[in-house]
Write a protein that binds this ligand. Structure first.
Ligand code: ADP
Ligand code: MG
Length: 373
């Protein structure tokens, strides 16, 4: 599903140090980014982090306070919205309530003054692609939420933009429908070859949809990478915490050695060995990220000592059984909590661990991601 991004082969979109300020508010701050042709790039950030402003800058509804915007190699700063090879699909689909499905989709083509027969052909093709064939004559209120979403998508794509901007495109759908629609969206994008820039605050959605993800925080893009890179190698505590569940462990007294760093996790009362991954700017780690699924849990054997490195003892304080996996909260001996997730791979989930059990938690050095900030 995830395709390699070919940014060098032709950037569909490039931002160079783009900022947008509203008085004191820095809605978008010094964003530089290149998105390759045919990519699905997801902008992921909390509410208020500047995602919609960035899309509006690309669509031409806002002008940058500083920086340059290029689409398909052309500088766009002074190009009005209707002259940009871009379409924006709004968060609220904003379908015309008094127009039928076919009329909604045809609207933009009619405004371009295309011949009627061509409009009819293109609208018919696009409705078939989004599986709305047969519903041409319905009004928006006669459609389900998922169908309305597909009309909005068809309306945005029928004009054949090079770049489609989608602002929280699945936000109005319930969970099951979202997951199904995520796959449809990826398939549609692949078959049309249009570049998608999708904005979402939902990290699962960004991981499913994106060939790459850009994580936004207070107007800035703080990390860009494939879903795997962002999850496995977060660049900061902020990203580690925002994308997925994580144990963030502060470290002190670092000593560099041939096998990596050795240090102390004072809050957990244990010693750590970290992989020898170099950090940007040669900085030393201030913390490590440890994903819960990388923590191994075992029943503490009586009198058995816990390993000297990358291990702590504790008791199980909370158990959340999720079907496919179980989440545990372990209160370690210092009182600091540690999260562990275990996959329930056995046919009948073993009821091994219970509330209050004494356990050992350990993890391999490679599971620890050193963080410089
Ligand atoms: P997101 O889409 O990530 O939720 P927005 O881009 O809508 O974030 O907003 C980013 C920041 O810019 C917010 O603090 C918001 O209040 C502010 N902002 C957005 N548009 C305007 C505007 N027209 N005037 C003043 N502040 C704005
Ligand atoms: Mg928004």
């Amino acid at each position: 599903m995830q395709k390699g991004a070919d940014v060098a082969g032709g950037a569909a979109l490039e931002l160079r140090s783009v900022s947008r300020r509203y008085g004191e508010v820095r809605a978008v701050e010094d964003v530089s980014l290149a998105v390759g042709a045919g990519e699905i790039f997801c902008l992921l950030g909390a509410s208020g982090s500047g995602k919609t402003t960035l899309l509006r800058l690309l669509a031409g509804f806002e002008v940058p306070s500083a920086g340059d915007i290029f689409i398909a190699g052309q500088r766009m700063n002074d190009v009005p919205p209707y002259r940009r090879p871009v379409n924006l699909m709004f968060q609220q689909y904003a379908l015309f309530p008094h127009l039928t499905v076919a009329e909604n989709v045809a609207y933009g083509l009619q405004r371009e003054g295309l011949p009627r027969s061509e409009i009819r052909t293109r609208v018919g093709e696009m409705l078939a692609r989004v599986a709305l064939g047969g519903l041409e004559g319905r009004l928006p209120q006669q459609l389900s939420g998922g169908q309305q979403q597909r009309v909005a998508l068809a309306r945005a794509l029928v004009k054949r933009p090079r770049l489609l901007l989608l602002d929280e495109p699945l936000g109005a759908l319930d969970r099951r429908l979202r997951e199904q629609t995520q796959f449809e969206l990826v398939n549609l994008q692949e078959s049309l070859g249009v570049t998608f820039l999708v904005v979402t605050h939902d990290q699962d959605e960004a991981m499913r949809l994106g060939s790459r993800i850009g994580v936004m925080d207070r107007g800035r893009i703080v990390q860009v990478g494939t879903p795997r890179e962002v999850y496995e190698f977060p660049a900061s505590r902020f990203v580690a915490d925002f994308v997925g569940s994580v144990n963030l462990i502060e470290v002190a007294n670092l000593v560099a050695g041939p096998e990596g760093w050795r240090c102390e996790a004072l809050a957990l009362g244990c010693r750590l060995r970290l992989p020898a991954a170099p950090l940007p700017g040669g900085r030393t780690p201030v913390a490590v990220a440890l994903r819960p699924e990388k923590v191994r849990l075992s029943v503490a054997s009586e009198g058995g000592a816990t390993a000297v490195e990358n291990a702590v003892a504790g008791t199980i304080e909370e158990i959340a059984y999720l079907g496919d996996a179980t989440n545990y909260l372990i209160r370690t001996t210092t009182g600091v909590p540690l999260r562990a997730t275990c996959l329930n791979t056995a046919h009948v989930a073993a009821e091994g661990l219970r509330w209050g059990d004494a356990v050992c938690c350990d993890w391999p050095a490679e599971a620890l991601v050193p963080l410089a900030e």
